[in-house]
Design a protein around this ligand. Structure first.
Ligand code: PGA
Length: 250
């Protein structure tokens, strides 16, 4: 069975002192779990802190966004190369909280995905539908279009060794996770869509589920065939809950 991947998304939480405590608790509770991969995506200012505390552990670190450009006069932006300077191995791309608040288009997100890949950072591409879209039964069309923007520009091969996180918008931070059947069916659709074009890319693609994962519902989700792990928001801010989720992935 492929190793599961569990990613903490701290969002805009924490400070130097609280991060120190949380990372120490991660190191104590999570580093002994050695048959899964664990990543923590921190706000930019804390990349150096994550690097210095995690560099000799089996927990990787990453960021929550990157610029679509490599370098230049882009005030406030952070490039993939800068993330590499701090040893970041992963970056979240196109999270719906950003896409909505900062009007990120699918095209913009596709360029960021390619930037990350070009610089050897593993992109964690977030896709997902709204509640209205799910109720209208068009969720696969919506997610399919998000993937098509990348496939049409860069080809399906770009998904080799990448990560897609299925994050139904109605499940993020609401306490209302997708059922394991709902998630599995979307994950199967995502893998199938890539597989039709590039079988080996589809096989090496990790597909995470994100949206109100907690230690109680994690096992049911993680046992599904196409669910390769989770992207964890709220519960990643509590080391004990995050540990519970990581253990559910073993
Ligand atoms: P949540 O966030 O676990 O708090 O629902 C998930 C996410 O936004 O990735």
């Amino acid at each position: 069975m492929p190793r599961k991947l569990v990613v903490a998304n701290w969002k805009m939480h924490g400070n130097l002192a609280s991060n120190k405590q949380l990372l120490e608790a991660y190191i104590q509770k999570i580093t002994p779990i050695n048959n899964i991969d664990v990543v923590v995506c921190v706000p930019y200012p804390y990349l150096a802190q994550a690097q210095s505390m995690l560099q000799n552990t089996n927990i990787a670190w990453g960021a929550q966004n990157i610029s679509k450009d490599a370098v230049g006069a882009y005030t406030g932006e952070v490039s993939a190369v800068m993330l590499k300077d701090f040893g970041a191995r992963y970056v979240i791309i196109g999270h719906s909280e950003r896409a909505t608040a900062y009007c990120e288009s699918d095209e913009n997100i596709a360029t960021k995905f390619a930037q990350a890949k070009a610089h050897g950072i593993i992109p964690i591409l977030c896709v997902g539908e709204t509640l209205i879209e799910r109720e209208a039964g068009v969720m696969q069309m919506v997610v399919g279009k998000q993937l098509d923007t990348i496939i049409n520009t860069y080809g399906a091969g770009v998904f080799a060794n990448a990560v897609v996180s299925y994050e139904p918008i109605w499940a993020i931070g609401t306490g209302l996770a997708a059922s394991s059947d709902q998630a599995q069916s979307m994950h199967e659709f995502i893998r199938g869509k890539v597989a039709v074009l590039d079988k080996s890319a589809a096989a090496s693609l990790k597909i995470l589920y994100g949206g109100s994962v907690n230690p109680q519902n994690a096992v049911q989700l993680f046992v599904m065939q196409d669910i390769d792990g989770g992207l964890i928001g709220k519960c990643s801010l509590n080391a004990q809950e995050f540990e519970g989720i990581c253990r559910a992935a073993t």
